[in-house]
Design a protein around this ligand. Structure first.
Ligand SMILES: Nc1ncnc2c1ncn2[C@@H]1O[C@H](COP(=O)(O)OP(=O)(O)OP(=O)(O)O)[C@@H](O)[C@H]1O
Ligand SMILES: [Mg+2]
Length: 305
């Protein structure tokens, strides 16, 4: 597959603050790439730099071989952006607002194209209504419609489903999958593991302005499916030399609980640990296993760096 977007050693500073630190990343043509990371990690800043909404402090970005700084128009024409915030003009009608977005890229009005998008997003009935009369979820869908108005080859979605209900989330996923089938390359940011799991071909994780991991979804999901296990002991663990070597085990609650991160269901690691405890005359009162949250996974990845 050909790389459609190349990001080379890109940094972005705001005053003294480094929001992006030497980021390099390749996006392949036709893929769905999910960018995950905690609040403030630099996801929106990276997207803004690729889309030409802000200029990187150093490094180069090319879109289809065009440089985003020197050939801004060529790169921006190929991109549709669904922004994280809702920058909508409340008095405009839904239909006109989409047609306006299309016009910004110098394209002729196309009633058929805009109507098809509005239908796909269940906004057709609202086409003549003013935007301030729409619900929050409808406004989010309208942002997607506007991003698709000029038939972009690349679609950026910055947290497209933040705060939307389950059924709308599924509609948005379907629309994203349909765009992929049409050959559109898609980059999305999300805080939902299920979203990356459902949609992405590859996943990148960004933290404090640095890309810390890029992998295909299947490989990463097996990491994500690992659980965190808490073993509540029947007496305090004083001699913990036997677990010191294992970074994934920590002792919490004043020696009364062991926390194991990243155990998968098929491993016999848990049994081995319980055996070691029992050899030292320690039993347990409770074993509790919980799914890892995205935050747990970020923390683990950051610690492992
Ligand atoms: N215009 C700006 N001026 C100053 N600092 C900024 C600006 N834009 C972003 N930042 C800072 O850069 C860092 C990265 O912000 P960014 O919006 O890219 O994070 P994010 O990963 O999109 O987070 P979220 O998940 O909350 O949307 C943050 O610390 C933010 O405060
Ligand atoms: Mg953001």
């Amino acid at each position: 597959m050909k790389n459609l977007i190349s990001i080379e050693n890109v940094s972005k500073t705001f005053g003294k603050y480094k929001a992006l630190n030497n980021v390099s990343l390749e996006i392949e043509k036709g893929e769905i790439f999910a960018l995950l990371g905690p609040n403030g990690a630099g996801k929106t800043t990276l997207i803004s730099a690729i889309c030409g909404l802000c200029r990187q402090s150093s490094g180069n970005i090319t879109v289809n071989s065009f440089n985003t700084v020197t050939h801004y128009k060529e790169t921006r024409n190929q991109i549709g952006l669904v922004p994280q915030e809702l920058p909508l003009d409340g008095f405009e009608s839904v239909y006109n607002s989409c047609q306006f977005s299309r016009g910004l890229f110098g394209l002729k009005e196309s009633q058929g194209h805009i109507e098809n998008i509005l239908k796909a997003l269940s906004l057709f009935d609202k086409r003549d209504e003013q935007i301030f009369g729409l619900s929050g979820g409808m406004k989010r869908r309208l942002l997607i419609a506007k991003a698709l108005a000029h038939e972009p080859k690349i679609l950026f979605l910055d947290e497209p489903t933040a705060g939307v209900d389950v059924s709308l989330r599924r509609d948005i996923w379907k629309l994203i999958e349909d765009q992929k089938k049409k050959g559109v390359t898609i980059i999305l940011t999300t805080h939902y593991i299920e979203e990356a799991e459902q949609l992405a071909d590859r996943v990148g994780i960004i933290n404090s302005g640095e890309i810390i991991l890029v992998n295909n979804k299947t490989a990463l999901m097996s990491e994500f499916s690992k659980k965190t296990t808490f073993i509540r002991l029947n007496k305090k663990l004083n001699d913990h030399s036997f677990i010191k070597e294992n970074k994934r085990i920590s002792i919490i609650e004043n020696g009364m609980t062991l926390k194991l991160v990243g155990i998968n269901n098929t491993s016999n690691e848990l049994q081995a640990l319980v055996n070691s405890l029992s050899q030292r005359g320690i039993g347990f009162t409770e074993i509790n296993t919980v799914d890892n949250s995205l935050e747990d996974i970020f923390l683990d990845l950051v610690k492992a760096q």
